[in-house]
Design a protein around this ligand. Structure first.
Ligand code: NAG
Length: 301
């Protein structure tokens, strides 16, 4: 008798476990609002930040008063950092939406940084995408590309692959920029400091559009850029002794195939080089009579 009661309880219990795990396991939609809250902090102006009702889409807005931005709570050293963005549409001249990684929460003089900046334009004129790399506070490594689609019409994926061999900037899986290491001590390849991931929107009408000639039209405010589907697969930095201090080949983003462009990436990259490059600091011999050291590294190696 005793054992029967026992097994009945066991059956009831296991049923409860199944019911419980259905309710709170896979079947439950994940709480995306708390997903934002558990992974990100606001950088400034919470009141210019909104999420969609289901919490899945994040809206950053800019008006005459201020823009806003958010950043990850954690820092990472190496990995894959990806997000879908839909940029301010219509008249977006003077406005910059940024998606970037930085070792510090402010413009610290010794910071490392990897930037995507989307430079708005007058209605009907194309956006330009600017990328840059900073090592110990020194940037000046701008590239500018045009895009093969209208980034205000739909969401597109922008990603950074970062390991100690190369940094790739991707637009929808197409590598638009390759930044190589020479794997010797150098002062151009950021690979020591862990970085936060940031997004922000701000006014930059002193330089962004046609070199600052086109000013922001505040009558069209607020300007809104929309974010969703962030994917972060990297080594989370933990003090005092972080796991990511030595590179391992445990993760796909740190394995041999991610140290170089793959064959299909080479095809895409060649197409980008032929068709989309507007500016490349490595070709600007007027600005750099002696080109920076990294400019001699081939993206094809
Ligand atoms: C804005 O449009 C003009 C005219 O088409 C173009 O020259 C410029 O590169 C575009 N983008 C920026 C950021 O200035």
């Amino acid at each position: 008798m005793k054992t029967r009661v026992f097994s009945l309880i066991a059956v009831l219990l296991s049923t409860a476990v199944v019911l419980f795990s259905c309710k709170f396991g896979a079947a439950e939609p994940k709480n995306a609002l708390s997903e934002f809250e558990s992974n990100f902090d606001m950088m400034w102006s919470d009141d210019h930040f909104k999420t969609s009702e289901d919490g899945n889409t994040w809206l950053l807005s800019l008006d005459k008063e201020t823009g806003c931005g958010f950043l990850t709570k954690q820092r990472y050293r190496f990995g894959w950092f990806s997000m879908k963005l839909k940029l301010v549409g219509g008249d977006s001249a003077g406005i910059v939406t940024a998606y970037y990684m930085c070792s510090d929460k402010d413009a610290a003089p010794e910071r490392d940084e990897l930037d995507f900046e989307f430079l708005g334009n007058r209605t009907g004129e194309p956006y330009v995408i600017q990328t840059n790399v900073y090592k110990t506070g020194v940037g000046n490594r701008e590239m500018r590309h045009s895009l093969w689609f209208d980034p205000t019409e739909d969401f597109h994926t922008y990603s950074i692959l970062w390991n100690s061999h190369q940094i790739l900037f991707f637009v929808d899986r197409v590598p638009i920029r390759v930044y190589k290491n020479n794997n010797k001590p150098n002062d151009f390849f950021p690979n020591e400091k862990p970085m936060y991931l940031f997004s922000s929107i701000w006014n930059a009408d002193d330089w962004a559009t046609r070199g600052g000639l086109e000013k922001t039209d505040w009558k069209k405010a607020p300007f809104v850029s929309t974010f969703k589907d962030y994917k972060l697969d990297g080594c989370e930095w933990k003090d005092p002794y972080p796991e990511c201090v030595s590179t391992t080949t445990e993760h796909w983003w740190d394995q041999y195939d991610s140290w170089h462009l793959t064959d299909s990436q080479k095809k895409d990259f060649a197409w980008v080089e032929r068709n989309l490059v507007i500016y490349d600091y490595c070709k600007d011999t007027e600005r750099f009579p002696k080109l920076p050291e990294e400019c001699s590294l081939s993206p094809w190696d």
